[in-house]
Design a protein. Structure first.
Lengths: 239, 318
């Protein structure tokens, strides 16, 4: 049984199919990387899974239960957390309060939420910034906060949207270390990223898409050697 | 620190309780009662507009319905308008449900416009419906004329409003409301049913605004639709009171109401017909230079001071 299964999902914006007939599955405990050139539909796939966009057609199953008809806020409740490519910190709340807002999904007690938040803040290495307002954080920490906040909702499947975008090499190394740590804690991850070095190193399997369709799916080495993928990234001359 | 705060609150309460024993002049008491009513409206508005970020330009609808519930009870059935203090808030909640259903489909300025329109619809309805006595309004003969009595009723109502608002804000609901204000999409991604929680902010907000309306009816004893459903004098004034005192702060609306009413009276008595002009300029100055309101700016200042004490690590508390 796959943790998440997408069957022929399609999302059209007017006449443009941002995602068309895409099928893939995610197994428990793995990291699935999603790659593709700009505008190939990676974030749209995320938005479809997290129900921010309704599907035009196709079906999504999480633990064999159909989820493409649930309201967006239920997605988090059943165990799918997400981060945003353009980070959305709760600006005028402190780091602790941000994470607590996530923790309240599983508890109503103030004390428990605070305890949970504090554990996760330590886990993500944000303890120095616990009482800072989120709007005062620099981008690398905001990205970290996004992850911490969705971890607080205790997801089984975490969707990470360009966690390393805009970070310098040192900062992205730290981000990758955190992602590995999350995987080792037993979470399944789907990750979208542009930096190939990151993706090749971290993913168990890679899904390559272009113009919303699957062009390759397999281990990083397999995908990297596929002529279709090389064509999408470098042009016909290199395939 | 916590004890000091509690003592301070007790002190404020004690002063508030013995104040009418010291001030016997009806005029001063009248001003304080008005402050109580406006503090209740402001605190209620703050729940929805300040904490949840859903800026309502239509709170006059709840105020007016609360006032009319008390007035019509006396007018048609001869029941004491004091029952309106119970019925008014309930009816305000009842009308808030469809209002929420309509307006919460919209975000930001569109929500504000929808609320403005809904508030105006209620004003027109109460002018034209057959059972409301139309634009003639409702006049009741109050049994109690002692200002001191209304003072204590107002104080109790304000204390209740502040208490409930405080409990909501300091609970899980409060965290969810602020999350919705800061980023609705992020809130949804954290599993927060945003429409449900907006309604959870609207209901107490409507309830206590309705309570203020019913109290107003009992105290002033005359209402008509153009007074209690007034856009500028009720809906916008509710926003002003909160802006002045401090958006999303516990005491902000109360401080704002006090300043607003007192300054309004001072200007009216000293500046003659220029009072509205000076008042308007003052409001502009405050909004320009104290955008967080008086209590809000004080909070920021206090946060700044504690951070300074704790070093440059960004306010890491022990």
């Amino acid at each position: 049984m796959s943790l998440l299964e997408a069957r022929d999902i399609t999302k059209k914006f007017g006449g443009l199919a941002a995602v068309s007939n895409l099928s893939f599955s995610v197994e428990k405990g793995e990291i699935l990387g999603v790659i593709g050139p700009n505008g190939s539909g990676k974030t749209t796939v995320f938005n479809c899974i997290s129900r921010f966009f309704p599907l035009t057609s196709g079906e999504l199953y999480f633990k064999d239960k159909r989820i493409d008809e649930l309201p967006a806020h239920k997605i988090c409740e059943i165990g799918i957390g997400r981060t945003f490519q353009v980070v959305k910190p709760l600006k005028r709340m402190s780091v602790e309060e941000n994470v607590m807002a996530g923790a309240f999904l599983r508890t109503s007690s103030m004390h428990k939420a605070r305890q949970k938040a504090s554990e996760i803040i330590d886990f993500c290495g944000l303890e120095k910034y616990k009482y800072r307002e989120a709007k005062s954080l620099p981008i690398p920490l905001r990205k970290r906060l996004e992850i911490a906040r969705s971890l607080a909702t205790e997801p089984e499947l975490l969707l990470l949207d360009e966690t390393c975008a805009g970070l310098n090499p040192k900062e992205s190394e730290a981000a990758i270390a955190l992602i590995r740590k999350i995987r080792d804690a037993g979470m399944t991850i789907i990750i979208v990223e542009h930096i190939m070095k990151v993706m090749m190193g971290i993913s168990d399997r890679i899904l390559a898409i272009n113009f919303g369709s699957k062009i390759a799916l397999g281990s990083p080495q397999e995908v990297a050697s596929q002529p279709e993928v090389i064509k999408a990234y470098l042009g016909d001359a290199y395939a | 620190m916590k004890n000091v705060k509690l003592l301070l609150k007790l002190l404020v309460l004690v002063i508030a309780v013995i104040l009418p024993l010291l001030i016997k002049a009806p005029y001063q008491l009248h001003i304080i009662i008005l402050i109580f009513i406006w503090a209740i409206i402001g605190t209620s508005w703050n729940l929805l507009g300040g904490y949840t970020g859903q800026v309502s330009f239509g709170h006059a609808a709840f105020f007016g319905v609360g006032a009319y519930a008390a007035g019509l009870l006396q007018f048609h059935l001869g029941v004491s308008p004091w029952w309106g203090m119970l019925l008014g808030p309930i009816i305000a909640v009842v009308i808030s449900l469809p209002i929420g259903m309509i307006a919460f489909r919209l975000r930001g300025p569109y929500f504000a416009l929808a609320m403005l329109a809904l508030g105006e619809i209620f004003r027109l309805l109460f002018i034209n419906l057959p059972f409301t006595n139309g634009a003639k309004g409702i006049l009741i003969m109050p049994d109690i004329t002692s200002k001191m009595f209304y003072y204590y009723v107002g104080l109790a109502a304000l204390a209740l409003t502040l208490g409930v608002s405080y409990l909501i804000v300091k609970s899980k609901i409060g965290y969810y409301l602020v999350s919705i204000r800061e980023d609705q999409d992020a809130a949804t991604s954290l599993g927060i049913p945003t429409t449900l929680y907006k309604n959870l902010a609207l209901i107490p907000s409507a309830f206590f605004t309705g309570l203020a309306g019913a109290l107003y009816m009992n105290y002033v004893a005359f209402i008509d639709p153009n007074i209690v459903f007034n856009l500028t004098n009720i809906s916008v004034m509710a926003i002003m009171v909160v802006m002045l005192g401090g958006v999303a702060t516990t005491w902000g609306p109360t401080v704002g109401a006090a300043l607003y009413i007192i300054l309004g009276e001072v200007f009216r008595t000293t500046l003659g017909s220029a009072n509205v002009l000076v008042f308007g300029v003052l409001v502009c100055v405050i909004i320009l230079f104290l955008p967080n309101g008086i209590v809000g700016e004080l909070d920021i200042l206090r946060g700044f001071m504690t951070r300074k004490k704790e070093g440059a690590t960004g306010g890491v508390k022990a």
